[in-house]
Each structure stands twice: as C-alpha cells, then as structure tokens.
Design a protein around this ligand. Structure first.
Ligand code: CS2
Ligand code: MN
Length: 358
C-alpha cells in the first residue's frame, strides 16, 4: 500500500511539501484544486503545474480528494447533464497527469460535520468533536454553518465551499422532495454516466462515507454502512466503482464493525483508498477525534490494519484528521504534527504485521 498525506495546495495549505516529503514512508500527496467551485472542468494546464510542483518535491500525485459533485447532480435536476459532462472532462484531464483514484462524496449540502473544531483534550491538545444533542437543537443551519466557518480562522473548510454555503436556504428547500431512494437513483445515474470514462482512463471512483454516518438536518444520507456500500458498488457494477474506506466516518456508528467491512469490500477489491484514523465515542452520537493510537480512541487500529493486510490491500492510505498539538496553527484536522505521528504509528503496525507473517 502507498502511504499518502492530504495537502491543500501551496496557496491554501501552510504545510510545505518539503516537510511532507520528510515523513517516513511517504509516497505522495492527496490534493485538489480547492478554489474551483463544484461542477467546473479542472483545466489541464493547472493540473500539469500542480503535478510538476508535487513531483519536484519528490512526491507522487495519484489521488485526488475531492472532485466535488455539483448539487444539481445529487438533486437529479435537468441541469445535471452539463455538470456530468464537465466531470467526465475533468476525469480525462486527471488521466493526463497520472491520477489513479478520485475520492468524492454524495452527501447533500454539507460535507463532514463537526460541532466543535477546537475542543481541548486533557493533554492540552485541540481536536474536532461532534455532539448530536447540539445538532438536534439547531433550528437555523445557516447560523450553525456561519459559526463553524468562524472557527476555521483564515482557512476555508474543505467541502464547505463558500458558494455552497451562500445558498443553504435554497438547497434545503430543493432537497425537501428528495428521498433516500431518489438520492440513490441520482447516484446511479451519475455513476452509470461516468464509469465508462473511468474505465477508459483507468481511474477509480472512491466514494467517501457520510460523516457522521446518519441523516442530519433532515437531509437524506445513503453511504454509511456495509449494506449501503454494497448497494452502491452493485448499482453500477464496475471494478472502478470503489470506496474510500474512512474509519472515522463509518466507525462513529458503533454498529459498523470496521474490520468486517474492510474484509468484505477488500476481498471484492473495491477499496481504492483508506482514511485511517481513530476517535473516541463518548456516548451514542457523541465523539471526539483522538490521536491515532488504539488505546486513545474506540477503534482497534491493529485489527483495522490487519484486515487490510489480509485482503491484500495495495491501494492508497492516508492518516485522517489529527489533533492540533505542539501549538501548531493550521487547518482544523489537518495539521502536520499529529498526522505525521499517525503515519509513523500506522507504519509501525504494518511492519509488525508483515514480520509476524514470516
Ligand atoms: C473529510 C472530507 O475525510 C475527510 O477528511 O475531511 O472532507 C472528505 O475529504 C470528503 O468527504 C471526501 O469527498
Ligand atoms: Mn475521511
């Protein structure tokens, strides 16, 4: 498997590529053109530049996270046709720079949701946390979104693009008539349209789970369990219709048995990308993002890595959200230090599994 690190691009990420290059075992970065609104074609020229910049730093660029899906595609509006064409063109351009996996999600309106971006833990570090009780009391999602944006400081939150946040009200109204079944239909339509291009370009689509893995604000969510992902990979049956196995997103619902889910989709060769992180479930619907270490959180990271190893996982993996430690100032969840510690730890587990096999 290839160890990677999410990086937001030199104008959007305070972490220089040369630091990332020095993390043991790293092979490449996972990145995107974050300034482009969902639905636009990613220009080849900009992609070439990005690739050059990353390669020059001694790193590969084989995974994109994310090419965001325009809301009109998720809503199934007639205008989706143009956005789907644009998506196909972006896939073709990504092929030109050697990309192998596209991570995306199909969550209506909001990408990952947290109720705090800087909760202080007992060791003095800061982390992101979620509390369903807080969400349940929210009557105005716009106000909530503004508050979260205020907590991010100078950094825009990935997946919370300003242009999407600016039209929350309209989007909420538009989704009123979209059921879970309809959302699945719209996903199927999208996948059936783009997968032939993925096959031609040898690029896997890797759908990221809903985070948290249940409906919020009354919006439908469809990618949050073994069963739902089974449905997703079968609705358009192609080896390019894959999953981003995000342990933190799926695992915040304790009914999701992570090693079992990994074995299930690993055997079918449908895991293209892994986000490996831990979190601590405090009670149902309430959790905070802990360090990657098993005993700091609720997941057994050894069992997770073992399940990947057993199924011969040879795709891309990255640590996911980290805490803010050592007074680092950066993008919530995406500092350098704790994620680098996460990698060192995952590398250690991996090495011990490999050696035990011999
Ligand atoms: C999240 C998401 O997994 C994560 O790190 O931050 O923003 C994720 O990148 C998207 O949902 C993928 O489309
Ligand atoms: Mn993730």
């Amino acid at each position: 498997m290839k160890m990677t690190f999410r990086w937001y691009g030199s104008s959007m990420d305070p972490i220089p590529l040369k630091y990332i290059r020095q993390i043991p075992g790293i092979t490449g970065v996972v990145t995107s053109l974050m300034d482009l609104p969902a639905g636009e074609v990613w220009p080849l020229e900009r992609l070439m530049k990005l690739k050059q910049e990353v390669n020059k730093a001694g790193l590969e660029l084989e995974v994109i996270e994310s090419v965001n899906v325009h809301e009109d595609i998720k809503l199934g509006l007639a205008s989706r046709e143009q956005y789907i064409e644009n998506y196909k063109e972006t896939i073709r351009n990504l092929k030109e720079i050697g990309v192998k996996v596209i991570c995306y999600n199909f969550m209506p309106v909001f990408d990952w949701t947290r109720t705090s971006l800087d909760r202080v833990l007992s060791d003095g570090s800061n982390t992101m946390s979620y509390d369903q009780d807080i969400i349940n009391k929210i009557t105005d999602p716009q106000k909530f979104a503004d508050e979260i944006q205020n907590q991010t400081g100078e950094f825009e939150m990935a997946g919370w693009e300003p242009e999407r946040m600016a039209e929350l009200k309209r989007l909420f109204q538009a989704y009123e008539t979209v059921s879970h079944e309809q959302l699945k239909e719209n996903l199927k339509y999208f996948l059936e349209a783009i997968l032939p291009v993925c096959e031609e370009c040898d690029i896997k689509m890797a759908m990221h789970p809903d985070d948290p893995p249940w409906d919020i604000f009354g919006l439908p969510r469809i990618a949050n369990s073994l069963e739902s992902f089974e449905e997703i990979i079968s609705m358009a049956d192609s080896p390019y219709n894959c999953i981003t196995l995000c342990t933190g997103s799926l695992g915040s619902n304790p009914d999701n048995h992570l090693p079992e889910i990994i074995r299930h989709f690993g055997r079918k060769k449908r895991i293209a990308f892994v986000h490996a992180r831990n979190l601590k479930i405090e009670k149902p619907g309430k959790f905070y993002e802990s360090s990657h270490l098993s005993r700091d959180g609720s997941f057994d990271m050894y069992e997770i890595m073992k399940a990947l190893n057993e199924t011969g996982f040879d795709g891309y993996i990255r640590p996911d959200h980290g805490r803010m430690i050592w007074d680092e100032h950066g993008r919530a969840g995406y500092g350098l230090f704790d994620r680098a510690l996460g990698i060192a730890y995952l590398n250690g587990i991996q090495e011990s599994i490999e050696k035990q096999k011999k």
